[in-house]
Write a protein that binds this ligand. Structure first.
Ligand code: ADP
Ligand code: SF4
Length: 694
């Protein structure tokens, strides 16, 4: 198939200073938890995006100096020559497919506290650091001179290791230059503080330094927060955001603009739709003639074209959509729109970074696995046999498993008990909030429809006898898990006493629209999204709802997906009472006893309906029914029975998809070959012994 001419504009080259980018697809900087300790994995991950057609691919925060040390979070660095080999790997892999490589030079100011290097944190004014009981030092003129010098040297070193684009970074509420710009953070009385001109001085100087250093051969791109979403005390798009760009309009080669902090910039689909940054970015092209890059979780080529035609953006910036589908540009180019694996806006990718783990994605199980497992988002190894594989259950794990096996060339039967495919994502996407998560199902169902070697059987609830009669060589059980009713969970390891008169529900019941009555308590001992989503769904249906959790925050784990504050705000604003730090002790006579997790003191709250959101039990009866009779399996010609997804251990949708893929990737592969590589950083002795630059 060929490209729809409507999308031709997306493939026009763009001039970035001295360089030409081959199209308008630009992977903006994004974290990935690989940093400088996993350089091969990093290079392979970005390289696959270059292969997938992105015109430019940038690093995440690339620290320029030991006074910007984000320990324990993974980070790439340009501190001295020992950083060069890893970064060369990266730029080489990006260049292999004709993409430009961008370096997001960064200094974290007071957003870091230099836990490893133990350098002073630096900031425009003396101010507490973000996470530790340590304050940043207000930079004096010597500090400012030194910082400019570090930045200039890092720019030279970035060019030396092969970067084409060098960032001057003033965004994300993570960066020294943004702190100088923002009235809230800059209380200086000298020429770097006070008026907007003064607060912009350092940014202007660093752009000029960078241009002088490498501007003849590299593009200088400024990444700027144009709205801090903090009211008139901060930068506002319609005021200082636009004015800063106007003051420096033609100085850089391009503007990469966004809102901040990170929770605002990377909003989830529960809170924001595609293109959500448009109201902030729409002023920028009026004040500069340079290309404007912007994001908005764009997965639809029509939405991208619309932004360009309406003069909002020149370049389609993308982080999460490029993670979910590294081949997004090529698929548009080849007229394969229906093959785009659209980001669902869940922020599991972000959470991985925040919990200190390498990148993972709900939609794209191969991200971060390119090097250590050799996985590719589009290519699959050939089948190792002509065996027939039966996959039981068409939730995220079963769907992913079946489509990956099908692409390897296996003959596959996928049996699903229900009429609908999708398992938990189909059910959960009907609750208030995670509607876009249905894309996990939709993409896989679309892929399966193209595979003649995969037969899908709906309304086929299989028993042990059914399975033994199907002549499958391998059986994969992807039968999911069921929410517990007894209260067992993170805090309670025995059942919670509940009066028979209370309507006792689980999220599975709510998803199937079970009726509720009277005051409802949602007891959330799960801590992820489900408690909050169930509470909101019932509240919107008119119920009087109280969310009770032993945690200190509602939906506490969503701190990692950057959603927690938004969730708790919306719960409260919708009239849901939120009671934290309380465990559910019992419910009797329509009253719940809620025990303080610190003192045990009990408060009593009316309760006619109780929804237990605590833990899930695997639906593994089929697994044990099959495996306990090995003779019957052998007689039926079944060589293996394997659990994947929630049937093995309940977890995230991302984990279910990953384990489905892993099964498919490793079938008929010898154990030794299937084992993931462990990466070791080896810096040559000659480099280690060189004097460090700073
Ligand atoms: P996961 O997240 O691990 O993919 P889900 O709970 O989303 O798990 O999906 C499990 C799917 O398995 C559901 O759609 C369910 O209807 C189906 N299922 C469960 N038991 C059987 C069975 N015996 N035969 C066929 N399908 C089944
Ligand atoms: Fe999108 Fe979720 Fe994948 Fe992140 S993890 S890229 S938000 S689908």
């Amino acid at each position: 198939m060929s490209r729809d001419p409507r999308y031709d504009i997306l493939f026009e080259p763009i001039q970035l200073g001295p360089l030409r980018m081959k199209n308008r697809f630009y992977q903006v900087p994004h974290c990935n938890g690989l940093g400088d300790t996993l350089p091969q994995a990093h290079a392979a991950m970005r390289g696959v995006k270059a292969e997938g057609g992105w015109g430019a691919i940038c690093t995440e925060i690339l620290s320029i100096h030991p006074s910007s040390d984000s320990t324990p979070f993974a980070q790439v660095k340009l501190w001295d020559s020992s950083d060069e080999p890893g970064l060369r790997l990266l730029t080489d892999s990006i260049h292999e497919y004709g993409a430009l490589a961008g370096a997001e030079l960064a200094h974290g100011g007071f957003a870091v506290s230099n836990r490893n290097t133990r350098e002073y944190a630096l900031a425009p004014s003396a101010i507490p650091t973000r996470r530790d009981p340590i304050q940043a030092r207000a930079m004096d003129r010597a500090d400012i001179r030194a910082y400019r010098d570090w930045h200039r040297r890092a720019a030279l070193r970035a060019r030396e290791v092969g970067f084409d684009i060098v960032y001057v970074y003033a965004a994300d509420d993570l960066e020294l230059l943004q702190f100088f710009l923002s009235r809230r953070r800059n209380q200086r009385l000298d020429e770097y503080g006070g008026s907007l001109e003064n607060r912009t001085r350092l940014l202007r100087e660093v752009i000029s330094d960078t241009r002088d250093a490498i501007g003849d051969s590299c593009a200088v791109v400024v990444r700027l927060t144009i709205d801090e979403l903090s009211g008139p005390d901060g930068i506002l798009a319609e005021a200082e955001g636009r004015d800063i760009v106007a003051l420096l309009a033609e100085l850089p080669d391009a503007w990469d603009v966004k809102i901040s902090g990170w929770a605002e910039d990377s909003q989830t689909s529960r809170f924001a739709a595609e293109g959500y940054q448009e109201p902030y970015a729409r002023y920028i092209k009026q004040v500069t003639s340079k290309p404007v890059i912007g994001t908005g979780r764009f997965t639809s080529p029509d939405a991208m074209v619309s932004q360009i035609r309406r003069g909002i953006l020149d370049v389609i910036g993308s982080a999460r959509p490029s993670i979910a589908d590294p081949f997004l540009p090529n698929k548009i180019d080849e007229g394969r729109i229906e093959d785009i694996r659209e980001c669902i806006g869940c922020n599991i990718c972000v959470a991985q970074y925040n919990i200190g783990a390498p990148i993972a994605c709900t939609q794209n199980p191969s991200i971060g696995e390119e090097y250590r497992r050799g996985w590719h988002p589009e290519r699959h190894a050939r089948a190792g046999s002509d065996d027939l594989v039966l996959v039981v259950g068409a939730g995220p794990s079963g769907l992913e498993c079946a489509q990956s096996l099908g692409k390897r060339g296996y003959r596959v039967m996928l049996a699903e008990a229900g009429r609908e495919l999708g398992g938990r994502v189909t059910l959960e996407s009907r609750l208030f909030g995670p509607a876009e998560w249905a894309r996990v199902r939709d993409w896989r169902v679309g892929q399966l429809a193209k595979l003649a070697n995969v037969a899908v059987y709906r309304e086929s609830r299989l028993s042990v006898a059914d399975i033994l009669g199907l002549e499958a060589a391998h059986v994969v059980l992807a039968t999911g898990a069921t929410w517990r009713r007894d209260g067992f969970g993170r805090h309670n390891h025995k059942p919670i006493p509940i009066d028979a008169g209370v309507t006792l529900l689980t999220p599975d019941d709510v998803m199937r629209s079970a009726p509720v009555s009277g005051p409802v308590i949602v007891f959330d001992d799960d801590d992820y999204y489900m408690g909050g989503v169930v509470a909101e769904t019932l509240r919107r249906a008119g119920a009087e709802v109280t969310l009770v959790t032993p945690a200190a925050l509602a939906s506490a784990w969503t701190v990692n997906t950057l959603e927690q504050e938004k969730i708790q705000r919306r719960l409260l604003e919708s009239g849901i009472e939120v009671i934290c730090n309380r465990n559910l002790a019992r419910v009797s006579d329509h009253v719940a006893d809620l025990a303080c997790v610190f003192t045990g003191r009990v408060m009593r709250v009316p309760c006619a309906t109780l929804v237990m959101v605590t833990a899930r039990l695997p639906n593994d009866a089929l697994y044990y029914g099959l495996t306990e009779d090995q003779a019957a399996l052998a007689g039926a010609g079944v060589k293996s029975v394997t659990r994947v997804g929630d049937c093995a251990a309940a977890g995230t949708i991302a984990q279910a998809v990953f384990t489905g893929r892993r099964y498919a990737e490793t079938l008929d592969v010898p154990e030794e070959a299937a084992r993931p590589l462990r990466e070791r950083v080896m810096v040559p002795e000659s480099i280690r012994k060189q004097d460090v630059l700073f």
